[in-house]
Design a protein around this ligand. Structure first.
Ligand code: GAR
Length: 189
């Protein structure tokens, strides 16, 4: 059995789609969902799916290696960042080299980096009058949104689209592709 841990800071719609995708499988499972945000919607979604949730604080994440210990104790094979908004500390990058992936709601290297997350990305795309946006799934290193790219796909941005419209299109792409890309990666993990 291959074991996935998902980190999420917000609503958790991607975490839910990924968990549902693997729920009938006997060879892969989402074993743990971790969040830095005690108010995150992902917590209720995880409970509904009967997946254990761990809420941790900033100090634990950056000033100890407790999270790495927990992941190792749970025999995690792949970490998935699904709307996780904190920079990954070095000890965790090193502990899961090429075994940690992130999804970014734009076509990197455009609209990436510190401060470029969630709705800020879509607002910047609309403000720049881009004709397309998309999603990027990439390996995680110590810099925001800079690891090697695994998968990208795009969608049209219309002149009339608001940032919310773009966010909705991006979520459709994420939900359709992220679980399948993870499925391919986990078979090699
Ligand atoms: C997703 O669109 C994801 O790409 C983005 O946050 C959203 C989370 O949605 N991630 C980032 O911006 C990371 N830099 P969700 O909580 O509904 O899955």
């Amino acid at each position: 059995m291959k074991r996935i841990a998902i980190f999420a800071s917000g609503s958790g719609s991607n975490a839910e789609k990924i968990s549902a995708y693997f729920s009938d499988r006997t060879d892969v499972e989402v074993s743990l969902i971790l969040t830095n945000n005690p108010q995150a919607g992902v917590i209720a979604r995880a409970r509904k799916l009967h997946i254990p949730v761990l809420v941790f604080d900033r100090k634990t994440f950056y000033e100890s290696e407790r999270i790495l210990e927990i992941l190792k104790n749970n025999n995690i094979d792949l970490i998935v960042l699904a709307g996780f908004m904190m920079l990954i500390p070095t000890y965790l990058v090193n502990g899961f080299e090429n075994k940690m992936v992130n999804i970014h709601p734009a076509l990197l290297p455009k609209y990436g980096g510190k401060g470029m997350y969630g709705s800020f990305v879509h607002e910047a795309v609309v403000a720049a009058k881009e004709k397309e946006s998309g999603i990027t799934i990439h390996f995680v290193n110590e810099h925001y949104d800079e690891g090697n790219i695994i998968f990208q796909t795009s969608c049209e941005v219309l002149p009339t689209d608001t940032a919310d419209d773009v966010a909705n299109k991006i979520h459709v792409l994420e939900h359709a592709h992220f679980p399948q890309v993870i499925d391919q990666l986990i078979s090699q993990a």
